[in-house]
Design a protein. Structure first.
Lengths: 193, 220
């Protein structure tokens, strides 16, 4: 009888001991999260052609296409041109090689043939539209890019959206023959801050 | 002796009492005769003046409307008129009605189409990860199916060191993972620029242009 009681007490004690959570083996759940980096997915025209017709009305003399930049990413993306002349420059293959100048360097309407065929002020700017954040609408000119030591951020566009850029130019009106020139622009895209 | 004096004398011979009366009548008759004699002259004078003015006006009008060249030609017999013959060899089908107009109405659309035809794509991971410089890392570079051009990607660090050069990708080709081309990089996070160069075909001379993606390369 006494042995039976002792056995039951021991059993009870062991049961209580094992059921005590404080003395159970410690366990923890490690939660690991893997977040993939955002894929930048953007498109833009590789070639942009502009034309100058000195015989047309002033509003129709300089014609350039709409440069549509599309963000196919889910995340917002910023659009910029990095510092360095090579990022906005006249191409070596350009048949007409005018000197790149600033728009206020000449009284363009008064230029004769010699100067008209020697100088051009070409710039690019953001057009007002569906930007997430439009940093600047001022044009950046090829001449300015030569000495530009910092990137020019035009703005940011939302995921799955598009924005427009446009060329702008200042030029003379006296040309003795048709001209063709080529410029290179290297857009830089990155995740918006 | 003048007639009217003779007449006066004759009158005086007749009677004395009628002399004054006769004298008054005589004067009156004389004046009337003088007026009668002047009447035709008074009529003719304004007519002559009118004719003179009219003639002068006609002469002036004719002179002002006369062709000066023709006038000079007619006046100067030494001027030679050498008018060129009208040639009939011109291409009459080239003639169109209306004035010259600088027509840029379709130019905008044409340039827009050219720009769209040259659309290229820039698709890459914003943070490629490499376990170490010698391991394969995730790049997620893609040249999608809708692209028309070949593409090559070159990843360079901020200071211009080349880290990776991809093979030339045709449309609908991708690189999910690859090894760094230059393995001389220590562990760390590198701010890089991935330059996408586009070509119309596999010839370098067909280079179209470039775009750039700002990325962070992590080497663990």
């Amino acid at each position: 009888m006494i042995k039976k009681k002792i056995f039951m007490a021991l059993t009870l004690m062991i049961t209580c001991f094992c059921s005590n959570p404080v003395l159970a083996s410690a366990s923890e759940t490690i939660v690991k999260g893997y977040i993939s980096p955002t894929i930048i997915d953007v498109s833009a025209p590789a070639t942009v052609v502009f034309s100058i017709d000195p015989n047309a009305e002033e509003s129709s003399q300089f014609i350039s296409p709409e440069i549509v930049i599309e963000n196919h990413s889910n995340a917002p993306v910023k659009v910029s041109i990095e510092s360095g002349a090579s990022n906005f420059i006249q191409a070596e293959s350009s048949s007409w090689k005018p000197s790149d100048v600033l728009p206020d360097e000449y009284d363009w309407e008064k230029l004769g043939t010699k100067e008209s065929e020697s100088y051009l002020a070409l710039g690019i700017k953001a057009m007002v539209g569906s930007w997430r954040k439009l940093t600047t609408t001022e044009a950046i000119y090829v001449k300015e890019q030569e000495v530009n030591n910092k990137s020019i951020v035009f703005g940011e566009l939302e995921g799955h959206s598009s924005v427009k850029m446009a060329l702008t130019g200042n030029y003379g009106l006296s040309f003795s023959e048709s001209k063709q020139c080529i410029y290179k622009i290297i857009w830089t895209f990155g995740l918006a801050d | 002796m003048r007639d009217y004096e003779k007449e006066k004398t004759d009158m005086n011979i007749s009677t004395d009492s009628g002399v004054k009366k006769e004298k008054g009548s005589m004067t009156k008759e004389r004046n009337m005769a003088a007026v009668k004699a002047r009447k035709p002259f008074l009529f003719i004078l304004p007519v002559m003046i009118c004719l003179t003015v009219l003639t002068a006006g006609v002469v002036i009008a004719v002179n002002f409307t006369k062709d000066p060249v023709r006038a000079a030609t007619e006046q100067d017999d030494t001027v030679v008129t050498d008018a060129p013959e009208i040639s009939t060899s011109g291409n009459s089908s080239a003639v169109k009605e209306g004035e010259l107009v600088s027509n840029n109405s379709g130019e905008q659309e044409r340039l827009n189409e050219l720009a769209e035809e040259s659309r290229v794509y820039c698709i890459i991971s914003s943070a490629p990860y490499f376990q170490d410089a010698g391991s394969m890392g995730s790049l997620s570079i893609s040249n999608p199916e809708e692209s028309r051009y070949y593409m090559q990607v070159i990843i360079k660090t901020d200071d211009g060191r080349e880290m990776y050069v991809s093979p030339l990708l045709a449309p609908d080709e991708k690189i999910e993972s690859d090894y760094l081309t230059n393995k001389d990089f220590d562990s760390g996070e590198y701010h890089c620029y991935a330059y996408f160069n586009y070509y119309a075909d596999t010839d370098s001379a067909s280079y179209l242009g470039s775009m750039c993606a700002e990325i962070n390369v992590v080497i663990d």
